[in-house]
Design a protein around this ligand. Structure first.
Ligand SMILES: N[C@@H](CCC(=O)N[C@@H](CS)C(=O)NCC(=O)O)C(=O)O
Length: 201
């Protein structure tokens, strides 16, 4: 049994949780009660004050991508496509832009919560990324190994595009391919098991 430190309302945490469910890795979620706290302890001592963190017999592992890699290794499953596994530029760029868009969304949410400006480029860069990902969605999927059981880029994209409307950051209807993708991918058991909700504080 491993521990995922995070929140059910966090898209980065959901990426890790979906990986754990998909790969059959037994885990528990340890909720960080308050994401505004400056004390690293509740974040499993992550000095960046970020979630998620994995805790296993080797200690703490920070960040969604690291966590997915560790979960894949632990599961021993094949057919898992992690970031950087595919040489095609379309996939590498999609991985970069999905992660950027997820971080941009975090900045927008934090700015709203603290009534401080997020900076002039954040909203535009998030929307640009969604437009880029929508326009190249089929090309990107076609460049992924057809025999894959799971890919980091698809799970992260799903967690991003479902989080934006759920957190009232952005409606995604105008990105039609991404909207359709979210609906289809959302049928997976791992998606249904990790639906966004606010944990009790
Ligand atoms: N690089 C980290 C980023 C994680 C991240 O930004 N998580 C958000 C929650 S979805 C967070 O910790 N927000 C609190 C904050 O930024 O203060 C990762 O890939 O896991």
């Amino acid at each position: 049994m491993v521990t995922l430190v995070g929140r059910s309302s966090s898209h980065f945490t959901r990426v890790a949780r979906m990986f754990a469910v998909e790969l059959g890795v037994e885990h528990e979620l340890r909720v960080v009660p308050d994401l505004m706290t400056l004390d690293p302890a509740p974040y499993a001592d992550n000095p960046a004050l970020k979630i998620p963190t994995l805790i296993d017999e080797e200690g703490a592992l920070f960040g969604a991508e690291n966590v997915c890699r560790a979960l894949a290794r632990r599961s021993g499953r094949s057919g898992v496509v992690l970031r950087g596994d595919v040489g095609a530029r379309i996939v590498a760029n999609a991985e970069e832009l999905v992660l950027h868009a997820m971080s941009a969304e975090v900045l927008l949410i934090l700015a709203k919560a603290t009534s401080t400006p997020a900076g002039p480029k954040v909203g535009a860069s998030l929307e640009n990324c969604l437009t880029w990902l929508d326009a190249r969605h089929e090309e990107m999927l076609a460049a992924l190994p057809p025999e894959r059981s799971l890919s980091f880029v698809e799970v992260a994209l799903f967690c991003l595009v479902t989080h934006l409307p759920w957190r009232n950051v952005l409606a995604i209807d105008r990105w039609v391919r991404l909207t359709t993708f979210a609906r289809t991918f959302g049928e997976r058991a791992s998606a249904k098991a990790t639906e966004y909700r606010f944990d009790a504080r």
